[in-house]
Design a protein around this ligand. Structure first.
Ligand code: PGA
Length: 253
């Protein structure tokens, strides 16, 4: 029987947001507090690093957690422009996204780099959201499961547990395009991810959250979130406005 897993709906603001954007987090927190029935999911917002402490302050005393979008593998040192997992934690983050396809593509991050970043997150006491996903060419070549399994194998640290690690399956071709896989396709990939996690991490793998990401919006969230082994969403564009993000979280009401 499938383990019971509390879902996570995570917003990835990418390179968007200034101090005034804290009003969106405040509005989100108000919606959560006012809801008669509480959504059966955790809620997370991952803004640019410049906003972590501002949003943490805005979310104080609420059920909204704050996270980073990337971290360096090292704790400190001569790495101009980089940010350590310990610094994210110090600023108020509880999570950090690692290995997003935009980082893999724009910064040449390999599975080994992503794994080192996930280890850094664990070292700092952050939950790592490790992203995997195939490109359109890989999908067309029938390589989806092979690519995903390879990314999982290379990107996940051996000591990963359900508390410290979340997987996000994000088909690269679905990110920011308005296109999504069919629920059947999502079920196939999430089922294969679950199997791989159980084979490697046993009972912890059975409980690890597997998020779906890529063009999730209020109108498709309920359908995507009801797919077996989908334990939440990683949301880009639709997480920027509290109204839209709440529409997605509402899939868990
Ligand atoms: P999107 O982005 O929801 O805008 O497609 C998802 C992501 O990249 O995490």
């Amino acid at each position: 029987m499938a383990a019971r897993v509390k879902a996570l709906v995570a917003g990835n603001w990418k390179m968007n947001g200034v101090k005034a954007s804290k009003k969106e987090v405040a509005a989100l927190a108000r919606k959560l507090a006012a809801a008669k029935k509480k959504p059966a999911c955790d809620v997370l917002v991952c803004p640019p690093a410049t906003l972590i402490s501002t949003l943490k302050e805005a979310a104080k005393g609420t059920k909204v957690a704050i996270g980073g979008q990337d971290c360096h593998a090292k704790e400190s040192g001569a790495h101009t422009g980089d940010i350590a997992a310990e610094m994210l934690k110090d600023a108020g983050a509880a999570y950090v996204i690692v290995g997003h396809s935009e980082r893999r593509a724009d910064h040449g991050e390999t599975d080994a780099v992503v794994k080192a970043k996930a280890e850094a997150a664990h070292r700092a006491g952050l939950t790592a959201i490790v992203c995997v996903g195939e490109t359109e060419a890989e999908r067309d070549a029938g390589q989806t499961l092979k690519v995903i399994k390879g990314q999982l194998k290379g990107s996940l640290p051996d000591g990963a547990s359900a508390r410290t690690t979340v997987i996000a399956y994000e088909p690269v071709w679905a990110i920011g395009t308005g296109r999504t896989p069919t629920p059947d396709d999502v079920a196939k990939v999430h089922g294969a991810i679950r199997k791989a996690l159980e084979a490697r991490f046993g009972g912890e793998g059975a409980k690890m959250r597997i998020l779906y990401g890529g063009s999730v919006k209020p109108s498709n969230a309920a359908e995507l979130m009801s797919v077996p082994n989908v334990n939440g969403a990683l949301v880009g564009g639709a997480s920027l406005k509290a109204e839209d993000f709440w529409g997605i979280i509402s899939a868990y009401l």
